[in-house]
Design a protein. Structure first.
Length: 264
């Protein structure tokens, strides 16, 4: 399985990988680990059915077989593989990735890709990963309607899709789709879309793209206050605090005053 992916990190520590195009493949180091995905990707193993994962999920891999992630949308895919702590259960499974765990992985991945130190980021990721419950669903395809809905939302999450529209596209009743979706992902469809939005916001804020109000509108929020509420609910602080603390502390730069002025 060939790959054109960029790779940073060490084989014995966290490894960050990136593929920029749909269909590109990331081949992961064949060692036990937790795999975090930014974007939407199809997990491929030899002689096994492929299945979708994205940033709302964490994949636990026992490292016994070659594993690859194939980008499923035009946005491409990035991944971070983190070694499992001693005593952790390596049984292959897919589990919901809580916002705190996602943020911890995001800091480590961002530091690896940009080549700077993120104080305390590795320890925070280890601590959050240790809190991950042992359960989760088997590392196998979810129902077809669920995967179709995941792909649709991966492409359209900034847009205001009604549940009835999503159910129509995936050829399911709304009730049946909601039940299957929560069982497979741990989220309601509305909650899932919100998670895609706020997690994408981390990248936009980390790259200093536009004022805070513009970031929220670009992600589909009706107002800056709605964006701030969703971000605070997910990560425990409003976006401007996130910029002042985590982003500037990790990168060693001063606060970007443009964000503060233009978000008022």
């Amino acid at each position: 399985m060939a790959t054109d992916a960029e790779r940073t990190g060490t084989i014995d520590g966290p490894v960050a990988l990136e593929a920029a195009r749909r269909g590109q493949e990331l081949v992961l180091p064949q060692r036990p680990g937790a795999v975090f995905v930014d974007g939407c990707a199809r997990v491929e193993r030899d002689a096994e059915p492929s299945f979708l994962v994205d940033g709302t999920l964490v994949l636990i891999d026992d490292g016994t077989e070659p594993l690859a992630l194939r980008a499923a949308t035009d946005a491409g895919v990035r991944a971070l593989r983190v070694p499992l702590a001693a005593g952790s259960d390596p049984a292959p499974r897919v589990a919901p990735c809580p916002p705190a765990l996602y943020l911890a992985h995001w800091r480590v991945a961002r530091a690896l890709r940009r080549g700077f130190a993120a104080p305390g980021a590795d320890a925070r990721l280890d601590a959050e990963l240790a809190r991950l419950p042992a359960g989760g669903r088997r590392a196998a395809p979810a129902a077809l309607q669920v995967e179709d809905a995941m792909l649709l939302l991966a492409r359209e999450f900034p847009n205001r899709l009604a549940l009835s529209d999503i159910a129509l596209v995936v050829e399911s009743s709304a009730f049946h789709l909601c039940r299957l979706f929560r069982r497979a992902t741990g989220y309601s469809i509305h909650g899932y879309r919100d998670q895609l939005r706020v997690r994408r916001a981390l990248d936009m804020l980390g790259e200093a793209r536009g004022a805070l109000s513009e970031v929220g509108l670009a992600l589909g929020y009706a107002s800056h206050s709605h964006f701030t509420l969703a971000f605070r609910r997910a990560f425990g602080a409003p976006p401007v605090t996130f910029l002042r603390t985590i982003v500037t502390a990790d990168s060693g730069t001063g606060p970007d005053k443009r964000h503060e002025r233009r978000s008022r």
